[in-house]
Design a protein around this ligand. Structure first.
Ligand SMILES: [Zn+2]
Length: 134
């Protein structure tokens, strides 16, 4: 067994909070318009597509052309598992360590999820010539 490789990203669960301004058609629930806010609770108007910009302006318009009412800020959280990334000690490429045992580098080295090398990178030319695929 080889040494552990250097990791440039650790494996961890990432939590992301989403917030959006919510407008429903009058008399309806969860049917209308929503505009995503950034992590600071700000709305980036310039980042919206043109139709979304028009809808947003209409939602805030005094004459209420869309027939909506403001419902506040919706907030929810989701999480996902982020794999560690290691630097291959043979070729320097980044290797995602997402599988328990088999994380292949483009050079042929294989690392386990902990970043420990489980097979030497040096492929035997004779095996390749014989058509054997690892
Ligand atoms: Zn490599």
């Amino acid at each position: 067994m080889g040494l552990f490789i250097e990791k440039i990203q650790k494996a961890e669960r990432i939590y992301v909070t989403h917030r959006e301004l919510s407008f429903d058609y009058v008399g309806e629930t969860n049917w209308g318009f929503a505009f995503e806010l950034d992590e600071n609770g700000n709305l980036d108007f310039e980042a919206l597509e043109l139709p979304a910009q028009e809808n947003l302006l209409a939602c805030f318009s005094e004459d209420n052309p869309l027939g909506v009412e403001y419902k506040g800020i919706n907030e929810w959280e989701h999480s996902y598992w982020q794999s560690a990334i290691g630097i291959c000690k043979h070729c320097g490429a980044e290797v995602y360590l997402s599988d328990p045992m088999d994380n292949d580098c483009e050079c042929g080295a294989i690392y386990n999820m902990s970043g420990q090398e489980v097979r030497c990178h040096a492929r035997d030319v004779d095996y390749l010539d014989a058509g054997e695929v690892w």
